[in-house]
Each structure stands twice: as C-alpha cells, then as structure tokens.
Design a protein around this ligand. Sequence first.
Ligand code: ADP
Ligand code: MG
Length: 581
Amino acid sequence: MSALAQRIVEDHAAVEPEITDGFHLVIDALKLNDINTIYGVPGIPITDLGRLAQAAGMRVISFRHEQHAGNAAAIAGFLTQKPGICLTVSAPGFLNGLTALANATTNCFPMILISGSSEREIVDLQQGDYEEMDQLAIAKPLCKAAFRVLHAADIGIAVARAIRAAVSGRPGGVYLDLPAKLFSQTMDAEAGAKSLVKVIDPAPAQLPAPDAIKRALDVLRQAKRPLIVLGKGAAYAQADDAIRDLVERSGIPYVPMSMAKGLLPDTHAQSAGAARSLVLKEADVVLLVGARLNWLLSHGKGKTWGAPGSKKFIQIDIEPREMDSNVEIVAPVVGDIASCVAALLDGMGQGWAAPPAAWTDAIAAKRDENLAKMAGKLRKNAAPMDFHGALGALKTIIQQRPDAILVNEGANTLDLARGIIDMHKPRKRLDVGTWGIMGIGMGYAIAAAVETGHPVLAVEGDSAFGFSGMEVETICRYNLPICIVVFNNNGIYRGTDIDPTGRDPATTVFVADSRYDRMMEAFGGVGVHATTPDELSQAVNAAMDSGRPTLINAVIDPAAGTESGNIGSLNPQSTVRKKPA
Ligand code: ADP
Ligand code: MG
C-alpha cells in the first residue's frame, strides 16, 4: 500500500466508528451465552447468518428440511439443558420448523426457533410480501413464549429472554421472530457489545417447601406396596446420582418411562420394568418423578391402575399446574428434581425401612418369569427376521456398547425395542416421546452425534424412517457416526394389506423388498442388506467400530407386525365393511 493509501485508510478508521449489525449481534448474543451450535436450513433472509455464524466458529449443521433441524435442536436441548437453536427462513421454512417447536414444548425440551420473516409494514397491511406471514401470531399458541425484535439494539435482551424462557421452570420451545431488515441494521460496535446480556442462572433452582417434603414422606412411609415412576423430566434434570440414591436407599421398586430408561441400568435389581403391568395395578403409593399422568400412564386411572381409589400419588414436578391434572395428587412436591430429591433424601435419613418383602418378591418373580419367556424369542436366527430375533441382536450390541445412543421410532419397532433393549446409562434412549410422533429419527440421531460425539444407533420402522430419510445426505455430509437400521417389513404395521378393489397398492404398504441401504450408498455412506440377526449384528458392530455413516436394510417378515403396535386401542376400527364397489 502506498503511503497515501495507508493514510487514507488510517484517517478513515479514525473518523468512522467501528460498526456492527443485526447478523453479528445475533451471533455474539448466542456465543456470549455459550450456545455454539445451530441446526437449520439456509435461505432468505438468514443465509448470511448461517455463513457468518460458521465463520465465527459456531457449528452450523445445515439440514434438508426444517422439521428435522428443529427436532435436532429440541433433542440437543434435552441432552444439554441448553436451548437447542433451529434457524429457518420465513413462512414455509418457519412452518416446517413449527412442528418441531410444538413437539419440543409438548415434551418439555428447551429449544429456540429463530426464523427470518418478511417486513412488518407489508405483512401488517397484508400487501403481499415475499413469503408473507404473521409468524409471531402463529407461533404463540404452540410454544412457551414468542418474541419479535425490530431494533438491533434489542437483540441482546431478546436472546436473553428467549434463553430464560426456554430453560427456566418447565422447559419448552421459544420462538424468536427476526424480520429481514433487522439483520442489516447497523449500530456502533461498542454500544452493540454493551447491549448483549449474559444470562445469569438461566434455570434457577426451585426448592420444594419443607411441608411438602414432610407430607410426601409421611405418605411414602405408610406404603405397603410403593412404586417409583421415573419420567424423562428426571432424565433431563441430570440429577442421576441423587435419583439413584433415592431408589437404593428407599428400596422401592421403580419403572422407567421410555426416555428415563438407563437412568438406573435396566438390569438393576429394583427395576420393575419387566413387571410393569403388575406394579401399576398393585402399587398402593406411587411416587412420580418428572413423569406426567398423561395417556402414556393411562391418565392414572382405569384397568391399568387396578381398583378405583386403590392408589395414592405423590408427584415431583417443577410445574405446579401439573398437579391434579388427571387424578388427585395427595402429596404434590413442586420444585426442580435435583432439589426435591435431595430434600427427600435428607428427610429420609439413613434408617429408612425397606418395603415389605412380599411386595418386592412378587415383583421379582413376575419379572423373572417375563424375562425367561422373552429370552427364547430373542435368540431366533431366522430369515426373514421377526422383530424379536432382530432386536435380540441389537440388545446385545447396546449391552456391549452402553455409551451408544439409541434413537427409536416406528410402531412395532418402537414398542418392542423399548421393552427388549436394556439401557445402561442415562439419556441414551431418545424416542417418539409425549406425542408418540413419527419423524424424529434423523433429526434426533444427528443432534445426538453432534452434541455427544458418541456413536448413534437409530432403530427405525420403514414407515417412520420415511419421514426424515433424506437427512441421510446430511449424515454423510458431516460424516457422523450414525448407524441406521431400517426394520423393513414392506409397510406400515405390516406389509400384507391389499386394496380390495384390486386397483392400487393398499394404503399401508410400500414398494415390496425396497433397498433402503442404497439410499446411504448414494451419498457415499455404507449400505448393508441384512437378512438374519447374525448379519445384522455383524453390520452394526462394523458400523460402530468404523464410525462411518451406515444404513442397514433389515429384512423383517411382512406378516410379523401388529396393527398400531401396543396402542391398537387408540386406532378405531370400523365394524362395517361394505363390499368393494
Ligand atoms: P414421561 O413421558 O417420561 O413420563 P413427561 O414428559 O410426561 O415424562 O414428564 C416430564 C415432567 O418433568 C414434566 O411434567 C416436566 O414439567 C417435568 N420436569 C422437567 N424438567 C424438570 C426439572 N428439572 N425438575 C422438575 N420437573 C421437571
Ligand atoms: Mg413397517
């Protein structure tokens, strides 16, 4: 540079204050709060945001569809207790992400959906902008909180509010609406830096009232047949040691809800998972820890729970309004699980009397009987495979590789895997959650690999896989250690239905004998076609050893499944069948 040019540059720098803009402030605000990963799909108006975030050292994982980016953000929130970030374009991209935001809120996972949007002036006058939509209004009923930012100077406070809303109290989804014009708004860099907020204590401890603890212990002490139910709130809380202490010091049998499996190893002597029906029916006092009495627990009443009035429920939850949601809670304990469990342990002291042996012996006998019944089925090495044979192979693999994360969705594939595959460590089982939703598979698998670095085994029904299957390209692009097993039985529930008119394929069947493994090969990953449990086992082990993206097409007998898996009762069937026209 000539001396003159040098002087011009210097003079310019002296008079021009350093500036920043909306793009940089969003990134700086996230980074200041230790949020370093974004899941999203680039496009107008947030393309440069992703690019700049990557340049600023953030991990930016670009998906093929926003729903899966959103699911990734949600499960990242569950795994880390920090809000997962999903970044989308306006209107259609936003709507695609919204399914995941609603699902996160329903499951109590903290996430923030950040969507670019069109200009307020045009949207509010409904003058027909590019991708015009009043996104804030649409998001509001589907999440915990929704905010819009119009001025760059407010970005810091908006991100802080979004983080606090997502993780404090009962966690959930938050929507942040960022109109296109905001991104290029500039402001003085120093003022910009000062406008950012590092959230102090984003999820403050919420201590239970001493009365509530005393009441709960009084009820528990009277119990003849006590039971603990651990839910995914307990898994989320990361109070693993305290929860283990509570279970072991009380001697009370426990059942884990699906995503709480592994909080204590499923092989634990006090696990009543394999005697679930018996304990739900017979228990007299039930302590719920981060589990809701929703449909997954038959609302705390009916056949599942035995004689009416035979139960007393104690419930630990951070959300006061959860109490009495379905049945009376005789001892509500409101607070965060770590604090509540610590207080219970304190109150129990050391000499807590174990539950009567008649109760624990009956459970042990039932459990052993059920496990023995199952064991034979799990060893079957037939082609085509049935669910039990295939899952028996995968059970052994998870036992040998307890750090691997299991993602699971489907109907039969879900219900049977949940029962058969033991989990040995906390937060290793990620599945369809509160809604029993399909389509979480690849999003959850990708975030699990990105957030933990551990290998991921995604066990997918062929139908379930279809919802997010295109993300195998994402998995290959980022070279993630994910092994997908598609349980291919040619259709939904089973692959044997026919159209009675003979015209079309039946509504529940897919192309017979598809080769899902070739989808993975198309993007440079490893594809395997497995017809026996032995082949399946070999292929999964190879994938886990190599860490290479792998998809195994596991051929399952099309006649092996049952309609709707375990929840057939929710699927109404007509008793009137008209003759085909
Ligand atoms: P599951 O489906 O496993 O039964 P749910 O999602 O129904 O679990 O229930 C989880 C419960 O845990 C929710 O009611 C939620 O408010 C609660 N929860 C989540 N995190 C915490 C926490 N840190 N402390 C206390 N309760 C929590
Ligand atoms: Mg199927």
